[in-house]
Design a protein around this ligand. Structure first.
Ligand code: GAL
Length: 450
């Protein structure tokens, strides 16, 4: 691993580099059944026994709904210029389609207005994993009606917020929500198998491009992106079965969604899993394509894989970081800034990608609140080394224009519940007290040139 210990200075990234924090509605807002909001799949999923660690629920989360003013002041106080947040579909359209909830719309107007007042640039994510529960009953992402529902939702957002919001993110990690939610059953809505996964993938690809077209049409001067999760996939050995296994995993993790978005259709490899999707390619290649202004990359860890004939579809299994004795986060995710550098370069090598923003990156550690302080040196080191890796990619010529840390404050971490803490700010979920961690102060000093 390279030595990333030398100091970095924020000016090296350029004056107009976008420094932000990223959040998501289901993880932060709470107020899950008030002010006219309909339930989302995370509300219903979290009621099912054993789905979420310690039976945690997103009911209150960080109570951002009521505390957004103070929380946005904290974003500002830490020196960030961008606030990335998502709209909860069922807060705006309680049944997902049909009638509008004026109170929900008014809430996002207040958040956006507050950002503007504080000089924060809002980046609005349209879908960060919280499908309205009523639409899930009709099939959610697997339904052929999905596009119709999604188009209506996007149109409402564009018409409501388009005068104030310039920067739009259509989907958050389509591979994340389709694989975890519709293939493996580990995330909401808890569905499994290819019969759910493949239609969900295809509808997400179509919705992603169509959403882009709607915003472009309705919002003048908009800047439109979408985000992709990515992980460098490293074969456990140079033996052919391991290398081939790594290639199959790579297609899924890194290529399945970006290639259709760039106009290439689904990956053409000879991989049985892809056959059905490839059949769609001839008909839908142009519909799945949209010329995004920027691509949001979200990277947390690399994966090492080896051939395993017992695993369906990919015939590969992961060799966990712990067994490889590499340093990792509280969730067992390998810490590897070199890999972050390589995956940025890899995505930049698509000639259709014009601009990259890292729309999420961060780490969970076992934070300890002692005497009102959290000395999270590991997280500071994580950010320093990852930012150095990003800077190196930028200096190599990658048009990388921003970095949004995941995340502002500890929040509801999906099926892991409230335990993994990713925030720059600690949240006591009993009292909602916020405490800025040392990593938050580190960012403040860094962004102030200290
Ligand atoms: C991403 C997701 C975020 C957050 C993060 C940390 O995949 O978009 O919502 O949970 O992972 O696990």
């Amino acid at each position: 691993m390279k030595n990333y210990s030398q100091e970095i200075h924020y000016t090296a990234f350029g004056d107009d580099f976008l420094w932000g924090v990223a959040t998501a509605a289901a993880q932060n807002e709470g107020a899950y059944n008030s002010y006219g909001r309909g339930l989302s799949i995370w509300d219903t999923f979290s009621r099912r026994n054993g789905k979420i660690k310690s039976f945690h629920k997103p009911n209150i989360a960080c109570d951002f709904y009521h505390r957004y003013k103070d929380d946005l002041l904290l974003v500002k106080a830490l020196g960030f210029k961008v606030f990335r947040f998502s709209v909860s579909w069922s807060r705006i359209l309680p049944e997902g389609t049909g009638r509008l909830n004026k109170e929900g719309i008014a809430f996002y107007h207040r958040v956006i207005d507050e950002c503007i007042k504080l000089g924060l640039v809002p980046y609005l994510t349209l879908y960060h994993w919280d499908m309205p529960a009523t639409l899930e009953k009709e099939g959610g992402w697997t339904s052929p009606l999905l596009l119709k529902w999604f188009n209506r939702y996007v149109t409402v957002c564009a018409e409501e917020f388009g005068d104030k919001v310039k920067n739009w993110i259509i989907l958050n990690e389509p591979f994340g929500f389709t694989s975890l939610g519709y293939m493996l059953g580990r995330h909401a809505p808890g569905k499994k198998g290819l019969n759910n996964f493949l239609p969900a993938v295809h509808h997400a690809s179509m919705a992603q491009a169509e959403g882009g077209r709607i915003i472009r049409h309705l919002v003048t001067h908009s800047r439109i992106g979408t985000t992709f999760s990515c992980s460098e996939v490293i074969p456990y050995s140079y033996k052919e079965p391991d290398v081939e296994a790594a290639n199959r995993v790579d297609i899924l993790l890194n290529r399945l969604f970006i290639e259709p978005a760039l106009g290439k259709g689904y990956p053409r490899e000879d991989f049985k899993f892809l056959e059905k999707l490839q059949l769609y390619s001839w008909k839908y290649t142009s519909k799945m394509h949209f010329a995004f202004d920027f691509i949001g990359l979200q990277n947390y860890f690399p994966v090492v894989v080896k051939y395993n004939p017992l695993i369906p579809i990919v015939q590969a299994s992961e060799v966990k970081a712990a067994s490889r004795k590499v340093s990792c986060t509280a969730l067992g995710w390998e810490i590897n800034p070199d890999s972050f550098y390589r995956i940025i370069k890899r995505f930049w090598s698509y000639e259709e990608v014009r601009e990259i923003i890292v729309t999420e990156n961060g780490a969970a550690f076992k934070d300890k609140l002692v005497d009102g302080m959290i000395k999270d040196d590991q997280r500071i080191h994580y950010f320093q080394t990852y930012l150095q890796a990003l800077l190196k990619a930028k200096q190599d010529g990658v048009n990388i224009t921003g970095y949004f840390a995941w995340t502002l404050m500890d929040n509801f971490e999906w099926s892991e519940g409230y335990y993994p803490r990713f925030g720059l700010i600690h949240v006591d979920f009993k009292t909602q007290l916020r405490t800025i961690k040392n990593s938050g102060y580190w960012f403040r000093d860094f962004l102030n040139g200290g």
